[in-house]
Design a protein around this ligand. Sequence first.
Ligand code: PEP
Ligand code: MG
Length: 322
Amino acid sequence: RKREQAQLRDERTASADGVHFDISANIGSPKDLDAVVASGAEGIGLFRTEFLFIDSDHLPTEDEQFESYKAALQALKGKPVTVRTMDIGGDKQLSYWKLPKEANPFLGYRAIRISLKQDNIFRTQLRALLRASVYGDLWIMFPMIATLQEFRAAKKIYEEERSKLIEAGTKISDHIKLGIMVEIPASAVLADKFAKEVDFFSIGTNDLIQYTMAADRGNDSVSYLYQPYNPSILRLVHNVIDAAHHEGKFVAMCGEMAGDPIAVPILAGLGLDEFSMSASSVLPTRSLIKHLKVSDLKTLAKSALDQDSNQQVIDLVKASTK
Ligand code: PEP
Ligand code: MG
């Protein structure tokens, strides 16, 4: 298997019956780029930009951010790079910028909620991204979107910064894609509405599972409820993929589930377009998909949606892919 994986490094991901998928990598900073290039990933599916903020002792300037985004786009040589605007709050706090203490930080002031309220920081990040866009294929996504109004407000700010830069004579790519993370059940349920307005979705299962099961993703006492294959989660994912495809839109997944060997056959059967994961999982996942037929996986996925429990889905996948 190891030798096969080395050969797969320069191959496009495809199933045994010739269906293509994209397998991309998640990064937190330009330091991770060498591993991504070495992995043969078909792109970056999630650049968690909050680490530029967390690993610094000051708010990163526009130029500092520009250099990081440019480095990622150049390293990927025209392959898609999906950058998520900063997802501060929840468990991710900054030393130099104190946010209010909250009783429920995961249900509180975080991510796009901060960006829309303290929009100067958001605007700085968007300008850095827009300026870097000429160096590759840039996709921008907003984290923790719960409502259409939030997406529209974020897009409006993006358009304003874009217009200002163009007026000032700055060169900007004209094919930047704008999407959202689907990680709150509200947006997964309303995916048909969102699909008409976004360019793409990226499903963030780490949070989507936490919010759907009402079980803190870091709390051991309730970890038994953290069930990626629970049919409730699979049905939400199914709804998001179908809604996107109905509008001809692209669907990625960038939560841990995207690189999980039990989940991958189901997700491929549901028609997920892109799987984004840690660089070390890229080749094992490409190899797994190469040995599976999508025609079989469609039947498997359909049956998974109809199970009663997380465990039944695990048993089903193990029985049908061994
Ligand atoms: C997710 O929620 O699945 C995700 C990819 O984002 P993060 O893990 O950074 O919250
Ligand atoms: Mg998340």
